[in-house]
Design a protein around this ligand. Sequence first.
Ligand SMILES: C[S@@+](CC[C@H](N)C(=O)[O-])C[C@H]1O[C@@H](n2cnc3c(N)ncnc32)[C@H](O)[C@@H]1O
Length: 276
Amino acid sequence: MSSRYIVRDILKHIASTLNPHIPRAPREAQLLLMHHLGVDELWILTNQQELVKDVDKLLELVQRRAKNEPLEYITGKVSFYSQEFFISKGALIPRPETELLIDEVLKRIDDKSSSMTVAEVGVGSGIISIMLAKFLPNAKIIAVDISEAALEIAKKNIQKFKVEDRIELRLGSLLEPIDEPIDYLVSNPPYIADDAQLESNLSYEPQNALFGGAVGDEMIKKLLDEALRRNINSFSCEMGYDQKDKILTYLKDKTFSKLEFYKDYSSFERGFTLRL
Ligand SMILES: C[S@@+](CC[C@H](N)C(=O)[O-])C[C@H]1O[C@@H](n2cnc3c(N)ncnc32)[C@H](O)[C@@H]1O
């Protein structure tokens, strides 16, 4: 027989189950219950005596969270740039600092209504391409990923935000699937070194979304080569906080007009824009 709990008691029970494993356990208890019941915070506050349905199913979610599985994969939702996106295990959970990459692109495009071709390499859940499609109403966006699972998730989000006619998804590596001229290249590539020791919750995320190679910056360098070889006017890219010097050294003898770095919310060097 299924356990019987009212809202107030299940919140206490979940919080005490999560407490040794994760910070902010009472808040997470609330979020898991809201997801399970499909209700908002106000409902929880005003229905403390209500009997909770399907408690055993809810407790399965709690067990997943207690093992440090990210909340976003459990609820299937992630907030990015004040929008709610679908997410599941095949794609990286969007990080807040990637919002800055979008701002970097937007501030360099004077005429937002111009027709242009934007390419994104490593589309993942689709957050970057979708936000750019919203802000650049006449841009055509071609978004590539090497992972079929990621492309499936991006497709769902593209449908959710109704930008199917604006973003074309292509399976492949780097810029291989794109023959047409590109005006703007954007990427948040994997940039962590293969042997880096990471926190346990990161083990749930796709490894090819995190690890960039033995050093970490291999994919960034390949994208720089491609941008220069194909004469792409602008390339904005996220990077690791310690990769600025390596990128400067790599570009030392190359010809381009401007290279500007930007910092993230914690003042770490987080990305750059290369202009030819
Ligand atoms: C750090 S994630 C970024 C996902 C998403 N754009 C975001 O910002 O949340 C990197 C993405 O690059 C993809 N990727 C890895 N190697 C690739 C390659 N050689 N060519 C294209 N995509 C690649 C991964 O599958 C993953 O989806």
